[in-house]
Design a binder for this molecule. Structure first.
Ligand SMILES: [Zn+2]
Length: 448
């Protein structure tokens, strides 16, 4: 009986197979290997890549890494060193300059987002003109397309220096995109497979989530010593093993294409060509030494989506005083994106020349259950003018007063060491809050 049953089972299985022929299905096409990047550089303007040109030359030409670049705008502002072109015409020129500059150094996967070149140092202003939401959508898509192991971007911080708001905004969106691209719940329309990949009129972009592994920052601060030791450094005087010339000569190949940007002397160009580059490790999701090579700890194996730890905002009580504007934004941003180390790395600072006003936004808060009369007392170095008097504020329970203060530095102190400005909140003559800002008296490049 058992043998007969076995024969019957074999017969039935043969009959089942023969009446239901198996149809081999095509394999899923892999992600397009032409767009895979080992490192994705995310910056604002068509010459910003020169801030990491020695790093890029070493990575691409000597280490054989694949690099791609995203610019958040096309550089329509600023002077044109070649012709009278401005606005959209200048943007059309600078897009080609940037493409040629990067191609001269082996980088051809280059994208431009639709931001507007905005001369400001206020990251919130630049995020507004960038079109924050659309830029984030676009950047998450390009991370999923290029699948970078490492992302290098400007430092999201308010520094004394050029401190360009567009640089900061490109960094803010890069950090957000680093954190979101691996999450299938974010921009899911990018991940949906088209129902018929060979048809027309499809929806769904067919990408895969991607978690980048390391995030590095570089800075446009005029004083870069504070960056040392927080990541690898790259010297333009080092010799490229593959090209047998100093990296500064490779950097020159890039700068030669950025002709509209060179509105300065050859001496100043030499300064840019030779500039040491200090990267700061923002976060690494793989074990790697802080000051090791950018690609240390990177393997070909993808890593799973890594959500940030939950963001907890400390509960405020009593009367408090804090820097407002971009400084207030960054305090929240660092907590939301697990970057609180930047808060220690970049203490509150600004810069201005004697012909510019210093803007100081403060937040005066009353988190008590009663009305409060608070005196704001500024302590300024000699010669400063502007809001130098004590100011009196009446705050109801729960109110936050956005204080806007403006100052002028004494001209004769130009190039002096950084000066310390302090504001103290006084409740019936006892101090209940204090804010300190270091101000470098130097040219700040773009309006604060
Ligand atoms: Zn720039």
């Amino acid at each position: 009986m058992r043998i007969r049953g076995l024969i019957l089972a074999v017969f039935l299985s043969i009959a089942f197979v023969s009446s239901h022929p198996q149809q081999p299905q095509p394999p899923i096409p892999p992600p397009d290997p032409r767009f895979k990047a080992d490192v994705l550089v995310i910056v604002a303007h068509p010459d910003d890549d020169t801030g990491v040109s020695t790093f890029l030359a070493k990575a691409v030409l000597d280490q054989g890494k694949r690099a791609a670049v995203i610019f958040t705008n096309r550089g329509s502002s600023g002077p044109d060193a070649v012709s009278m072109a401005h606005g959209k015409a200048l943007a059309d020129i600078r897009e080609i300059e940037a493409r040629k500059s990067l191609a001269a150094r082996g980088i051809t996967n280059v994208w431009f987002l639709d931001g507007r070149d905005t001369p400001t140092q206020d990251v919130l202003h630049s995020l507004e003109t960038l079109g924050h939401g659309q830029a984030l959508d676009d950047m998450v898509r390009l991370i999923r397309l290029t699948r970078p192991d490492v992302i290098v971007t400007w430092m999201p911080a308010y520094v004394a220096g050029e401190n360009h708001g567009d640089h900061q905004a490109s960094a803010v969106v890069a950090v957000e995109a680093f954190d979101m691209a691996g999450n299938p719940a974010d921009f899911p329309e990018q991940l949906t497979s088209p129902r018929d990949p060979h048809g027309i009129g499809q929806y769904g972009e067919g990408l895969q989530p991607w978690q980048a592994k390391k995030l590095y920052f570089f800075s446009d601060a005029s004083h870069q010593d504070f960056l040392k030791g927080h990541g690898p450094a790259y010297l333009a005087s080092d010799i490229s093993p593959s090209k047998k010339v100093p990296y500064s000569e490779i950097n020159r190949l890039g700068w030669e294409q950025d002709a509209t940007q060179i509105d300065f002397s050859q001496e100043v160009l030499g300064y840019f060509l030779d500039m040491p580059e200090y990267l700061v490790l923002g976060k690494s999701l793989v074990p790697a030494p802080v000051d090791g090579d950018v690609f240390d700890g990177i393997t070909a194996r993808p890593i799973p989506y890594h959500p940030d730890p939950p963001c907890t905002e400390a509960r405020r009580t009593g009367i408090s005083l804090a820097l407002g504007g971009p400084w207030a934004f960054y305090r929240q941003f660092y907590r939301a994106h697990d970057l609180t180390s930047l808060e220690k790395l970049v203490p509150p600072q600004s810069a201005l020349s004697s012909d510019h006003r210093l803007w100081v936004p403060l937040l005066l808060r009353n988190d008590t259950a009663s009305d409060a009369d608070i005196t704001l007392h500024p302590a300024l170095p000699p010669g400063w003018t502007g809001n130098t008097q004590d100011l009196l504020y009446h705050l109801k329970p729960g109110e936050t007063y956005p204080v806007q203060l403006f100052y002028q530095a004494p001209g004769e102190n130009y190039k002096a060491p950084p000066q310390t400005l302090t504001w103290t909140a006084l409740d019936h003559s006892s101090a209940v809050g204090k804010v300190t800002l270091s101000v470098y008296l130097e040219f700040d490049g773009v309006p604060q």
